[in-house]
Write a new protein. Structure first.
Length: 419
């Protein structure tokens, strides 16, 4: 099917057809990705029709819509034929193309939203002068409900086939792609349920109709659990990255953790907040209609570090919520050794941790739409790189997290004989 879509686009370019609606490279890219998504979920006819209607027939366009409009609607042009108007908010697909090309349904992608929207509107495209009343909306919502059921079954089949393959990096990547789609479709069902209830309440949909989306939602939740378990199974534990050393001899000294300080004092003003604990930091920011939440996690460092130890620490960032594009915001997560008096956001004599291939213990994250956070990365607490201890000397390992304000956790180690 991908080849058919490519041939359609090639034919369009050879014919040199110009649309009467304003078309741009971004709108072209957006339509192509929606068509590919429809094809990916088995809606081949709708995918071909979308490409034809946009590139050849001028019956689909992306335009600015008033804030009280829907994501898309069907109306009539001057000749009386139905045309579909999609809000230009869908152009965020093109703006995040670099990431969508790798992970179409990642947590920051809206591709599935627009895929469902276009599918729904094509039911209206075949109606005569559609209006927002049950006569027209019942068939469109019922068809979308059945599509969700089909797409869920497709994901079920794909996941079963992927999990049957031998454990490998390739299988893990395949399962991740399917998991992304499962989570995205599950998220859409929350909105779908609310829209159905409001549609009945407002007289847009007929009451008493039979729906399958709640069953689809339950199935998607089960699939999500299976996929996440499959992701874990694809990561066999490494056996060569940690140096094994014999127990400490009586009286032998090492770097011993003597305190852990969690920085939970909230910053002034209402734009920033965070919740910090050993191994976890939840960072929150909002301004106007923009909201941005992310969580940093890391393996808890050991209580005792010897000069011969090499202990892996995995650090990662997950974006929990990202809404709005009116303001810019950036963040970072750093693991760094420094002097014991240092606080998060300050460096005096800092020394980053390193990974097996020289990776640094720094991960960046941004509020910019379509840009995934860096990581995860595994670095090492390498005892051989720490200072030569003197009785009572102290050093600090800081998990430093920043979202415009700094917070984190400080682990203080002292050179002494462990208790």
């Amino acid at each position: 099917m991908a080849r058919i879509i490519t041939l359609v686009i090639l034919l369009i370019s050879l014919m040199g057809i110009t649309a009467s609606f304003p078309q741009t490279p971004s709108s072209d890219t957006t339509i192509r990705y929606i068509a590919r998504s429809l094809d990916r979920f088995g809606e081949k006819a709708v995918a071909q029709r979308l490409l034809k209607d946009y590139f050849l027939e001028n019956r689909v366009s992306l335009q600015p819509l008033d804030s009280n409009e829907e994501n898309a609607y069907v109306t009539q042009d001057d000749s009386g034929q139905n045309v579909m108007v999609i809000t230009d908010n869908a152009l965020e697909i093109a703006r995040s193309e670099k990431l969508i090309a790798k992970r179409p349904y990642h947590s920051g992608s809206s591709l599935l939203t627009w895929t469902l929207t276009v599918f729904h509107e094509y039911i209206h495209m075949d109606q005569i002068e559609p209006e927002t009343i049950p006569k027209f909306e019942d068939p469109a919502w019922q068809a979308t409900d059945k599509a969700i059921e089909r797409w869920t079954k497709i994901l079920d089949t794909e996941l079963a086939a992927a999990l049957a393959k031998p454990i490998s990096a390739t299988r893990k990547e395949e399962v991740q792609q399917i998991l992304d789609a499962i989570v995205a479709l599950k998220s859409e069902l929350g909105t779908f349920d609310n829209d159905v209830l409001n549609g009945v309440k407002n007289g847009i949909l007929s009451p008493g109709q039979k729906w399958t989306y709640l069953k689809s939602l339950a199935n998607l939740r089960d699939l999500e659990k299976k996929a996440k378990a499959g992701m874990t199974a694809t990561a066999p534990p490494a056996t060569t990255t940690t140096t094994s050393t014999p127990p400490l001899k009586p009286g032998e000294k090492a770097w011993v953790r003597v305190s852990v300080k969690e920085y939970n004092d909230q910053p002034s003003g209402g734009n920033y907040s965070y919740t910090v604990a050993d191994g976890n930091a939840q960072m929150r920011w909002s301004m106007g209609t923009d909201t941005w939440h992310f969580t940093c996690t890391w393996d808890k460092p050991p209580r005792v570090i010897r000069k011969t130890d090499k202990i892996p620490i995995t650090m990662s960032i997950k974006v929990d919520k990202n809404v709005g594009e009116s303001y810019s915001a950036n963040g970072a997560f750093v693991l760094v050794w420094d002097r014991p008096e240092v606080e998060p956001g300050v460096t005096i004599d800092g020394s980053l941790l390193r990974g097996a291939k020289g990776e640094k213990s720094v991960l960046n994250v941004t509020h910019r739409m379509g840009v995934a956070p860096e990581g995860p990365v595994t670095v090492f607490i390498d005892g051989s790189t720490l200072p030569n201890g003197m009785d009572g000397a102290q050093i600090a390992l800081l998990a430093d997290v920043y979202n415009g304000r700094s917070s984190g956790v400080k682990y203080i180690y002292e050179w002494k004989v462990p208790d």
